[in-house]
Design a protein around this ligand. Structure first.
Ligand code: F6R
Length: 313
C-alpha cells in the first residue's frame, strides 16, 4: 500500500470496534506492553487513564516484579510476533494474569486462542506504524472511550488540508538538519511518535527531550553553535500542560530567540486533549512523509529492522 494514501486515510482508522469494555474497578493497575509502532499506543493510554489507576507503558522483555495477578496487562503487537511483547505475555501467564491481546494475527493471536484470552483483531496488511489509528481505537473502545474515537476521526478529516500545509513547511525547514523534537508531560508520546516516524519514514536521525527535565541538562548543550546549527528544532506543548510547564515553554522560546536559533513552537488544535494530541500526531506523520519525499526516500521499507528481527529469529 502507498504510504501517502495510507496517511490520507489515517482519520478513517478511528472507528468504533466491537468489544466488551473493561472496567478498571478491582484492578491494582494497568500495564501496556508493546514495541515501536505498537508501543506508542500504551503511552497514549497511560496519559488518558493515569487519573484512575497506576498505569505503566513498558517496552522490553520483562514484566516488573510488583505486577501481580490483580493487574490488567494489555499486549499490543501489530504483527503479533514481536518477541519482547510475547516474553511479557508469557511471564504474565505464569503469574496468573489474564492479559488482553491486540494484534492482526501472529503468535499473540495463537497464544490468546490457546489460553482463552480476549483477543482484539486488527485489519491486516499495514506496516505496524501505519496502523496507529486502528490500535488506538481498539484500546479506547476497550476502556469505554469510544465517543472520542468518532470525534478524532471528524477532527482529523476537517483539519487534514491545514495539517498537510503546515507539515510541508516544517519538512522544508528540517531538510539537511537533524530534527530535534521537544515535548512536555502531555505531548511526550507525540514528540516520541514524531521521532520514530522521522526515523522510519524519512530514514534520518531525530531525537527528543522533554520539559521540565530538559531545563536541567539539554539547554546547556545549546551552547555549542557548531552542533546546534546542524539541528532543526520543534517544541510541542499542550495548553492544558501544568502552568509552570507553560511558563517553561515561554522561557525556552526566549532562550532560542536570544541564541538567534529558530524554534517552531506548536500546539494542537481541538477542544479536547485527545483531539489536540492526535492533531499533532497527524502533523508529525505528514512531516515525516514530506521529509522522506525531499530526501528521495521510500517511506515504507525498514530494512534494518527486518534484518535485526531475522538475525534474532
Ligand atoms: C514498523 C514499525 C516497527 C514495529 C515494531 C514492533 O512499521 O513501526 O516499529 O512496530 O518493530 O512490531 P509490531 O508492531 O509488529 O509488534
Amino acid at each position: 500500500m502507498d504510504a501517502y494514501l495510507m496517511a490520507e486515510d489515517f482519520p478513517k482508522q478511528f472507528s468504533k470496534i466491537e468489544c466488551q469494555p473493561i472496567s478498571l474497578e478491582g484492578y491494582a493497575g494497568v500495564v501496556f506492553s508493546g514495541m515501536g509502532g505498537s508501543g506508542i499506543v500504551g503511552d497514549f493510554m497511560k496519559l488518558f487513564l493515569s487519573a484512575e489507576k497506576p498505569v505503566l507503558s513498558i517496552r522490553g522483555y520483562d514484566l516488573p516484579a510488583f505486577v501481580k495477578d490483580n493487574w490488567l496487562l494489555v499486549c499490543t503487537s501489530y504483527s503479533g510476533n514481536t518477541e519482547e511483547t510475547i516474553s511479557v505475555l508469557e511471564e504474565a501467564l505464569q503469574r496468573g494474569l489474564k492479559p488482553v491481546c491486540v494484534s492482526s494475527g501472529g503468535k499473540l493471536r495463537e497464544i490468546a486462542n490457546r489460553e482463552g484470552l480476549v483477543h482484539i483483531p486488527l485489519p491486516e496488511g499495514y506496516p505496524p506504524r501505519y496502523a496507529l489509528g486502528f490500535m488506538l481505537s481498539a484500546l479506547l473502545c476497550l476502556f469505554g472511550m469510544d465517543g472520542s474515537v468518532e470525534r478524532v476521526r471528524e477532527h482529523l478529516e476537517t483539519n487534514k488540508e491545514e495539517i498537510k500545509k503546515t507539515a510541508q513547511e516544517l519538512a522544508k525547514n528540517m531538510f539537511t538538519y537533524l530534527p530535534v523534537v521537544y515535548g512536555t508531560p502531555l505531548t511526550e508520546p507525540v514528540a516520541f511518535r514524531w521521532k520514530t516516524q522521522i526515523n522510519e519514514n524519512s530514514k534520518t536521525l531525530c531525537y527528543n527531550a522533554i520539559l521540565p527535565e530538559m531545563h536541567h541538562n539539554e539547554v546547556v548543550g545549546l551552547d555549542n553553535p557548531q552542533i546546534r546549527n546542524l539541528c532543526g528544532f520543534v517544541l510541542l506543548y499542550d495548553p492544558q500542560d501544568h502552568e509552570r510547564i507553560l511558563k517553561r515553554v515561554d522561557i525556552t522560546r526566549q532562550v532560542f530567540e536570544d541564541l538567534g536559533v529558530l524554534l517552531k513552537v506548536l500546539s494542537g488544535k481541538g477542544e479536547s486533549l485527545i483531539e489536540r494530541l492526535l492533531y499533532l500526531t497527524y502533523l508529525g506523520d505528514w512531516v515525516s512523509l514530506y521529509l522522506a519525499d525531499i530526501y528521495g526516500q521510500d517511506p515504507i521499507p525498514v530494512k534494518v529492522i527486518d534484518f535485526i528481527k531475522k538475525s534474532l529469529a
